[in-house]
Design a protein around this ligand. Structure first.
Ligand code: BGC
Length: 354
């Protein structure tokens, strides 16, 4: 794999930002910027060897700086929601940014998607990787502890986009890092993902209230439109007469993975019969948010090449701790103890149908 670097632009406050091109020898190329850790483009061959960009994104850095739908970005300190924008840890009540009504979403008003990261190209056992680091100061977004975060991106010769997450805090805190790429396996400018087929290796999901805060229940998917254990097209049940789906105008939920953190077991798969592209997801995280881009039209999103993204133009598979874990004792804990290491890996593996 090779990595090259070029200047991307200056942020509004004049900080220079770069863009890194990661390439393997099989035709996969990713462009990643150290602004927000954003995956700006991901070029992947289809069944005929035609290479196309399969992630939604913007042309200009300035568009990533604006409030938006988190296209391609690194998300933290806590991905997804924290109910009431507050949680208790070690008997202390912490108030975090209430940037979505009364609740906290994706790290607050200025999450990890809106900051400039330090970038370095490193050698990981003979493979080059892009390492982004950022110090999230105590109190940023409302969180306790200074948190040193490292996200490492690489593209392997097995056609995997691999993202390794690492963090250490000097005080007990909560951490939940993910990537918010919107995939459209036919190409970012090809229409919607309703015909994509999805498999989620999950027998349960976490139902939510109207504000998308989990109720705490782990519900069986069996016999409901939330069942993706057998691959099915997104469109089959996206408008099903099922309160959970109607609340969120499509899929926007956390599934409880059966994989128990095992990176070798498939967590999710997406198949696009049009292009023949297949994406498998592997992760050490306990959950995955399938978000089918239900709110992309809330504000017009003019994407790369001037293409306007509509609702369902892309889908996200955000590997994560369950939403609102800091307030749910029965969910896997997202607490990171002072001095301990937070370590997670997610792999998106590409192939074509034969
Ligand atoms: C959430 C959606 C939200 C989106 C923001 C997703 O992770 O689950 O509810 O609208 O991020 O673009």
């Amino acid at each position: 794999m090779s990595i090259t670097k070029r200047f991307y632009g200056n942020t509004a406050d004049g900080t220079a930002v770069d863009i890194f091109t990661l390439k393997n020898s099989k035709g996969i190329t990713a462009e990643i910027t150290n602004f927000g850790g954003v995956i700006v483009s991901l070029m992947v061959p289809d069944k005929n060897g035609k290479v196309e960009d399969i992630v939604l994104g913007f042309d200009k850095l300035a568009d990533y700086e604006k409030k938006g739908p988190y296209l391609g970005a690194a998300i933290g300190r806590y991905a997804n929601r924290i109910g009431g924008a507050a949680f208790e840890l070690n008997g202390i009540q912490y108030k975090v940014d209430n940037n979505e009504g009364e609740n906290h979403l994706h790290g607050g008003f200025k999450g990890f998607d809106k900051v400039v990261w330090q970038a370095e190209v490193v050698n990981n056992n003979g493979t080059e990787a892009l390492e982004l680091t950022y110090r999230s100061k105590e109190g940023e977004g409302g969180y306790p502890g200074n948190l040193d975060v490292k996200i490492t991106y690489s593209i392997t010769e097995d056609n995997e986009l691999r993202i390794d997450y690492h963090a250490v805090s000097d005080k007990d805190t909560v951490v939940n890092l993910t990537n918010h790429s919107y995939f459209n396996l036919s190409g970012h400018n090809s229409g919607d993902i309703l015909g994509h087929k999805v498999m989620l290796n999950a027998d349960k999901f976490t139902p939510t209230d109207k504000a998308s805060i989990p109720t705490g229940e782990l519900a069986d998917v069996k016999g409901t439109p939330m069942d993706f254990t057998i691959m099915k097209p997104v469109e089959q049940d996206i408008h099903a007469d099922f309160q959970q789906i109607q609340n969120t105008k499509g899929f926007d939920h956390n599934w409880v993975l059966n994989t128990n953190g095992n990176l070798k077991e498939k967590a999710a798969e997406v198949v696009d019969e049009n292009s023949g592209r297949v994406m498998e997801v592997y992760t050490t995280k306990p959950g995955v948010q399938l978000y089918t881009g239900n709110f992309l039209e809330e504000s017009p999103v003019v994407g790369k090449g001037g293409y306007v993204y509509r609702n369902h133009s892309g889908l996200c598979l955000e590997t994560q701790y369950f939403p609102d874990s800091p307030n749910k004792n029965n969910f896997p804990s997202a607490v990171l103890k002072a001095g301990d290491e937070y370590k997670h890996t997610t792999i998106y593996k590409f192939s074509v149908i034969d």
